[in-house]
Design a protein. Structure first.
Length: 131
């Protein structure tokens, strides 16, 4: 994830790709999924001290991929359509050096079935630049 801007209002961008595989040996079936996601949004951070800052974020996530199903050695690939899902989240940043911090957060993503997925994150961040 990349952030750019001032503390109270920053733009954020994130690109992820994932692959999963499920095997069903009794039925001789293998299912492989590949998904690429791009998230764009805004983030506001509210520093309470030099070491502690909660944040909120919101935006949209575009995802696209493919599913490959192999049955008895015969493969069929299906392209998944482009989806755009809104997201909103919150978290905290705890700094332990002027340029290093630990972040913990939760993000709700509303999918095309009008259901919510929750994504939990725990990360280490580094600051670059003159600020």
């Amino acid at each position: 994830r990349v952030l750019y801007g001032v503390t109270l209002l920053s733009g954020e961008a994130e690109y992820t790709t994932s692959m999963s595989r499920k095997d069903y040996p009794s039925d001789d079936i293998k299912v492989e999924d590949k998904v690429q996601r791009l998230s764009l949004g805004i983030r506001s951070t509210f520093p309470f001290s030099q070491y502690f800052a909660p944040y909120i974020r919101l935006g949209g996530r575009a995802s696209q991929g493919e599913t490959k199903i192999t049955t008895a050695g015969e493969s069929e690939t299906k392209d998944n359509p482009l989806r755009v899902d809104p997201y909103a989240g919150a978290g905290i940043t705890i700094a332990f050096h002027s340029n290093l911090a630990v972040n913990a957060g939760a993000t709700l993503i509303r999918n095309s079935e009008q259901k919510y997925e929750t994504q939990y994150t725990l990360s280490l961040s580094a600051r670059f630049g003159n600020r």
